[in-house]
Design a protein around this ligand. Structure first.
Ligand SMILES: *Cc1c(COP(=O)(O)O)cnc(C)c1O
Length: 364
């Protein structure tokens, strides 16, 4: 389209949109001739799809002229069996971010409050603002962990939802079972607590909670999971929530009809079938995380513990300069200006280069 002048636009949009921050997706690493570039900004799984998973996706692709199974029955039954929960307690969505949007829709009227830690997952303020609800962000502790006491204190009559991100994106630590128990004892029973376990499979902290036990014990606890990270299906968009029947049923009502496509449904089932193979990859990524974290600490970086597939460099005012230095070396990290950089654990070469860039930056 050339030289087309836009007509005057009087369309009235919701006023709440002005307060909705835009999601900053990790930018792709631009290819270069001198070095292999790596995108370590989106916490993706660096391994390609398993052949068995690719096969079912290819097979399912022959039927894309048809709508998918709207009830997502195959995957839901498979999950119910794997997790040992009733099928009625499951709801799926287009990634766990999709399910998060459904969680907002079922809990919040405009003006209601959602309590979560900050800094945490970037999608939280967006889904909350889109729902017309109000974010109540509770600062992390000095060691980049959830301050669950302060979060409990932040709950008011208007609070409808609390999100606990464990391990926390972008800082890394998991909450501990004892502190989460104490927290849940203080949350009113009519406030839903969502435990976002996007990185569950990467956790090795014995003190971490067993969220599914908490959902079994508390009618107001919901567990949010995804196939995007450990299962390596970020591009197919499938996540799910485990919650007691009234909550799960409401979530299914709020789902985009046919949102979870057939390729995603089949790939998720195949990934559950192949979990032993995927777990080996997760173990290798965890070993790399341990290696990178130790190397960075050895260099003097105050890196918080990480139970996920990324590490957090608390760079403060040097954040943007570090991201530029990484970029120059062919690594795209995720900067949060004034706070720090989140760096995904990826291919060994990318991890080695991150260690090198961090060393050079400290000695600059
Ligand atoms: C990556 C991530 C998700 C998963 O998002 P999908 O929509 O399932 O791809 C959810 N929560 C957190 C905290 C994440 O970092």
């Amino acid at each position: 389209m050339t030289d087309q002048t836009s007509p005057t636009n009087d369309v009235r949009l919701r006023t709440t949109l002005a307060g909705v921050p835009a999601y900053k997706a990790g930018k792709p690493a631009a290819p270069r001739t001198d070095v292999t570039t790596y995108k370590i900004s989106s916490n993706e799984n660096p391994y390609p799809p398993l052949p068995s998973v690719l096969k079912v996706v290819q097979d399912a692709a022959t039927s894309i002229n048809r709508y998918p199974d709207m009830a997502v029955s195959g995957l839901t039954h498979r999950l119910a069996e794997t997790l040992d929960v009733p099928v009625e307690h499951l709801a799926t969505g287009t990634g766990s971010v999709g399910v998060l949007g459904q969680l907002l829709q079922i809990t919040c009227e405009p003006g209601d409050e959602v309590v979560y830690a900050w800094r945490s997952f970037e999608a939280y303020p967006i889904v909350v603002a889109l729902a017309g609800a109000t974010s109540v962000q509770v600062p992390l502790t000095a060691d980049a962990r959830h301050d669950l006491d302060a979060m409990a204190d932040a709950i008011t009559d208007k609070t409808r939802l609390v999100i606990v991100c464990t391990p926390n994106n972008p800082t890394g630590p998991a909450v501990h079972a004892d502190e989460l128990d104490a927290f849940l004892a203080k949350v009113p029973s009519d406030v839903l607590v969502v435990i976002d376990e996007a990185y569950l499979e990467f956790g090795r902290d014995d003190a971490a909670p067993v969220a599914l036990d908490l959902y079994r014990a508390h009618a107001n606890v919901a567990v949010l999971r995804t196939f995007s990270k450990a299962y390596g299906l970020a591009g197919l968009r499938v996540g799910y929530c485990v919650a007691q029947a009234p909550v799960a049923e409401a979530l299914r009502k709020a789902a985009v009809p046919f949102g979870v496509n057939a390729l995603a449904q089949e790939a998720a089932i195949a990934s559950l079938d192949a979990y032993d193979e995927l777990a080996e990859r997760v173990d290798a990524l965890v070993a790399e995380r341990v290696r990178v974290l130790a190397a960075l600490r050895e260099q003097g970086w105050p890196v918080p513990d990480s139970e996920a597939n990324f590490v957090w460099l608390p760079l403060g005012d040097d954040t943007v300069a570090f991201a530029e230095a990484a970029d120059a070396a062919g690594l795209v990290v995720r900067p949060f200006a004034g706070e720090g950089c989140r760096c995904t654990i990826a291919e060994t070469e990318a991890n080695d280069r991150l260690i090198e860039v961090a060393a050079a930056f400290r000695n600059r």
